[in-house]
Design a protein around this ligand. Structure first.
Ligand SMILES: Cc1ncc(COP(=O)(O)O)c(C=O)c1O
Length: 443
């Protein structure tokens, strides 16, 4: 047992990290762990978490970009408790007010991205949302050709894994036919012969090339994250998505925006990440921040596209149950009352400026990129070679933890630091994070 530790105002007297790790290894499938000594998280509150020894950390990764309004937010907790006492579960085979009330509120948030988004279906997670989005494309267009992007991540089922463009996230298994992956608009790693705009246009035109050469000329859909999260916070140039959109529409395809990481205000000010790029998605996938850690997801689309499932049985036991809808509605209310997307913009801009300042002093910071609190820092051996430095990334993560700050990492080579805290962070938190990063970088 670990020694009793004081955590915020509570005590932790549960098993130690070593005991939990051992029990997990004995009883569960193999699981990944960050850190040489895997960390036990005993408590969360706002933008902070505590370990089993009572040590407090700034949570700069938010449980993999999921805790949106803050750990255990009191408004969300209170409303969820009340719902738990009233009705835990029923399904859409019956009527209950929580579901349409939440659906209406969520759809209002999506109107700036596309005013025609007027039907939503609730799922349990992001993977399932990707799957349903693909089913919708097939049902609506009658076709099964999809284009996704390299460096993407869309989930863990057969279709979502087939759409995922990173070897690290693909098992050795036959993939589903009909899917092609186009180059991602990864400006930092573009060929030296092209400037950023030329490269963006080239990448967009590769989508057209795939349509022309690897499909019958018409497709079911195209899927992309507005900023690729897991792939290393890869942010396209402004020219990229509008040009792709035209190619997709010319080929009769539907445009799916995977907002599992970028949605719910994370990119700053706007609700969906795609609003930054000026194209109107036909289908929106959401999860993670939608439930602030409660397992839930959603797919939104137009009534016309949703109606393509009419006459087919479509059902989900847990998706959109009364507790999920209560959590989701409370998250939206807190997001609004505390102006968190606006805070994401302010703190994100501040963090980017500070990180870029640091970059001028250390060439191992290859690139600082992202929007709002969807930020990435690509670490390289030196500015000229741009050789990915995954060892440094792992080392920085360890050292920042020792400074009391947790962040994530990603990218195909594992060399991109991912900074995606709950959206309630303060300027002091941003300073703390950058200070810890600067210390960790010192050789
Ligand atoms: C962009 C994106 N899409 C889909 C998923 C899958 O979501 P889930 O893990 O909830 O199934 C993830 C998960 O990390 C993601 O980042």
């Amino acid at each position: 047992m670990s020694k009793t530790a004081t955590i915020d105002t509570e005590t932790y007297d549960g098993p130690s990290a070593a005991e939990v790790l051992k029990a997990r290894e004995q009883n569960c499938f193999p699981m990944m762990s960050y850190y040489k000594e895997p960390m036990l998280i005993a408590r969360g509150k706002g933008q902070y978490v505590w370990d089993d020894k009572g040590r407090k950390y700034l949570d700069g990764f938010a449980g993999v970009v999921t805790v949106s309004v803050g750990h255990c937010h009191p408004v969300v907790v209170e409303r969820t408790k009340k719902q738990l006492e009233k009705l835990w579960h029923t399904t859409s085979l019956y009527l209950y007010p929580e579901l349409p009330r939440y659906a209406e509120k969520l759809l209002k948030k999506l109107k700036p991205a596309n005013p025609k988004l007027d039907a939503v279906f609730f799922t349990n997670c992001g993977t399932e949302a990707t799957e349903l989005a693909a089913i919708l494309c097939k049902a609506y267009t009658g076709r099964s050709e999809f284009i996704g992007l390299r460096h993407s991540f869309h989930g863990r089922t057969m279709m979502s894994m087939t759409l995922t463009g990173q070897s690290t996230w693909r098992h050795s298994t036959p993939y589903l036919p009909g899917v092609n992956l186009a180059p991602s608009n990864y400006t930092y790693r573009r060929p030296s012969s092209m400037n950023p705009t030329q490269y963006a246009e080239w990448c967009a035109d590769e989508v057209k090339n795939i349509i022309d050469h690897a499909t019958p000329g018409k497709i079911a859909g195209y899927i992309a994250e507005p900023i690729q999260g897991n792939g290393g916070c890869i942010m396209p140039e402004p020219e990229y998505f509008p040009r792709v959109y035209k190619h997709v529409k010319d080929a009769g395809g539907l445009y799916i925006t995977d907002e599992v990481q970028c949605g719910v205000g994370r990119t700053g000010n706007v609700f969906l990440g795609i609003e930054n790029w000026g194209v109107q998605p036909d289908i929106v996938d959401m999860a993670k921040g939608l439930g602030n850690g409660y397992p839930m997801g959603a797919v939104a689309t137009t009534r016309e596209i949703a109606d393509s499932l009419k006459g087919r049985l479509h059902f989900n036991t847990f998706g959109g149950n009364p507790v999920a809808c209560t959590v989701g509605e409370a998250v939206l209310d807190v997001l609004e009352s505390e102006k968190l997307p606006q805070n994401a913009k302010v703190q994100g801009d501040y963090l980017i400026a500070k990180l870029k300042q640091l970059q001028t002093k250390d060439e191992r910071i290859g690139e600082v990129r992202g929007l709002g609190l969807m930020l990435g820092v690509e670490l390289v051996k030196d500015a000229k070679s741009k050789t990915a430095d995954a060892v440094l990334a792992t080392d920085v993560l360890e050292k920042m933890k020792a400074e009391g700050v947790l962040i994530g990492k990603g990218g195909q080579a594992g060399n991109v630091l991912r900074i995606k805290p709950p959206m309630c962070i303060t300027k002091e938190n941003a300073d703390q994070l950058v200070d810890a990063f600067e210390k960790a970088l010192k050789r």
